[in-house]
Design a protein around this ligand. Sequence first.
Ligand code: LLP
Length: 470
Amino acid sequence: MDSPLAPQWLSRPQDTAALDPKIFSAGVARNGGEVTVQGLGVTELVERFGSPLWVMDENDFRSRARQYVDAFNTAFAPLCGGVDVFYASKALLTVQVAQWVKEEGLFMDTASGGELAIALRAGTDPAKIGLHGNNKSDDELQTAISKNIGRIVVDSLSELHRVEQLAEQLQLRANVMLRLTPGVDASTHEHIATAHEDQKFGLSMTPAPGEETSVAYQAVHFAAATKHIHLVGLHSHIGSQIFDSQGFETAATRMLEFIAVLDAESIQVAELDIGGGYGIAYTEADDPDGPEVIATNLARHIDAETARLGVDCPRISIEPGRSIAGPAGMTIYTVGTTKTVWVEHGGEHYPRRYVAVDGGMSDNPRPVLYDADYTAVLANRVSDVDPVFSRVVGKHCESGDIVVNTVYLPEDTDHGDLVVVPATGAYGHAMSSNYNMLTRPAIVAVKDGAAREIIRRETYADLFAREVDL
Ligand code: LLP
């Protein structure tokens, strides 16, 4: 029987050994009962590299990256020419990851001086780098201008004026895209929706009360008329972990309508970036479209809208992050303590089993930040003991330190077992911390059946490394 404490979408699994291919990376399977990545067992991986452990299926990452390039170029080629796919590096960035991105023919989207430094360190062609941020420092802007990166995505009128001044001082011309807020309320968690009016990102497309023109309009005119700015195009990003294509289409329409207005004033907008945000499956409840479906629908929509408005199709770019890195990654944890509590619900009491693992909100803060759901499997063996309604928790000093809020795990899952949480490749390592002075796990990349560390595990020496005057 399903637990009355379980959310509606979660059903008691027929087979607790099953690995849902829409959630796990392509290289994951069971062999002799054990979860393997490209044939490498989780027990061996933990013996070699320690626990907890982030594992990136490098082949899976690369193939998802390529699929975006291929699908978008195929769908858009007949109408807008090629599409530039920028990998949103905030999802997961190391120098090696940046090299995978480069080798697969993607461009790099960065959102800080640090991300930019890693992209450059990986040898990314500056012309293929974009820099985002609602509050870039002068230092970050000067680096971007002097490296002549492909696009600085300017977020406000005041930043636009600053870019112009800095470029003039450097006697250079800055490549600028303008990030606009098309007023779309994307259906996702409010902390990761970014195109509605009342939030910090972007130039508003709606004139303020009493004004004739919007700040977006004023910014385009300023950028187009200014010597030290090369206006590359316009940008919109509506949010993240989005499944419904309606939001992307509405945003594209508003951007193209604006482009038509500018076109009538002889300001040609050469490029349009429609951002990232494509959702992935974290649990059985999620059913994301693949890149082919997303690309085909968007191409059809943009084709119809450019025809309706009588404008040429600009060169399109996109910025997927999560949908490339997320499904390629998983986290292996070791089980420590367990307990069962009885929870009152509708006058009855029902059991919930707590399974505590050796990581938590320091390696994945998404559950505590966004109420994000995940799933987990017993990974070092299969069990024929019945599954029980469980919650996987971490080892931090907070009751909100939840790794997987609701999941059915075999009742004998216990001390020393390994548990795998899939789909942790994006915004896990990227948002990790040393809370409670936990040392961060290593990242191991598995490629063609061989595993290697790309980020080593932190040690206590790392915790002391920034202490001054020890
Ligand atoms: N482009 C821009 C301008 C963005 O701000 C973002 C994400 C992306 C692209 C990539 O979005 P993606 O394809 O990865 O959804 N920490 C949150 C997600 C924050 C996303 C911020 N911007 C999470 O863990 O859900």
